[in-house]
Design a protein around this ligand. Structure first.
Ligand SMILES: [Fe+2]
Ligand SMILES: [Fe+2]
Length: 222
């Protein structure tokens, strides 16, 4: 369980953001599809805001962090449950589909006209600060469409997806990324117990490729 250091302010903004009808709708879809991912998304939203307070981000940036954390895995509602809920390791073809979820989330938000649009840039980048990043780094169009099949009828990556995030968006995406990785390690999941603090720290040093000060900040909360 990740503790909050700015609990009152973080919870206040979190409640405001989840009361937004569009966000509530998305979280409802996600929980109905796979409750575990919905619960994880709420925790990541809250911790992302809390980290934003520590890094003195502006009010607008705190909102981007909250929306980005809450919606970072929204693309998973398009991932079949036999892949999303699989207990054992994924086959290579399943991994490719799973790795498409940041891109699917971006497309969902952009096609629905979600604002602020920077949220989509955080969503598409949330796996790019890992040792084994996805979806843009090293990914060509063929890989984006496993086995030559367009995902959900979409034919191509959009130019905006392929742009590197601007400086402040990158910082916000890194905070969502570390909240995401840490929650997955430190929480109980159907396939694993919560990992002890030392193992989380060691894994973050191995896996997280963003600013290392964020590792120290998340470790203060564990
Ligand atoms: Fe994700
Ligand atoms: Fe996640």
């Amino acid at each position: 369980m990740i503790r909050l250091l700015y609990a009152d302010e973080s919870i206040r903004l979190f409640r405001e953001l989840v009361a937004d009808g569009k966000v509530a709708g998305y979280l409802g879809y996600l929980k109905a599809h796979h409750k575990e991912t919905g619960d994880h998304s709420e925790r990541v939203g809250l911790v992302s805001i809390d980290l934003g307070h520590e890094n003195r981000h502006s009010g607008d940036e705190l909102r981007l962090l909250g929306y980005g954390g809450l919606l970072h895995d929204i693309g998973k509602y398009r991932i079949p449950l036999d892949i999303l809920g699989k207990q054992g390791p994924l086959e290579p073809a399943e991994q490719r589909i799973m790795k498409g979820h940041p891109r699917l989330g971006f497309l969902e938000l952009s096609e629905s006209g979600f604002e602020p649009e920077e949220v989509g840039q955080i969503v598409v980048a949330h796996h790019e600060y890992k040792k084994d990043p996805s979806p843009r780094a090293g990914m060509d169009r063929r890989q984006a469409q496993p086995q030559g099949q367009p995902l959900h009828g979409r034919q191509s990556l959009r130019d905006v997806e392929r742009r590197a995030p601007a400086g402040n968006i990158s910082a916000l995406a890194q905070l969502v990324a570390i909240a995401d990785i840490s929650d997955a390690l430190a929480s109980r999941r159907p396939y694993k117990p919560p990992w002890p603090r030392e193992r989380v720290e060691q894994t973050l040093h191995e896996q997280f490729r963003g600013d290392s000060k964020y590792i120290e900040q998340i470790m203060e909360r564990l």
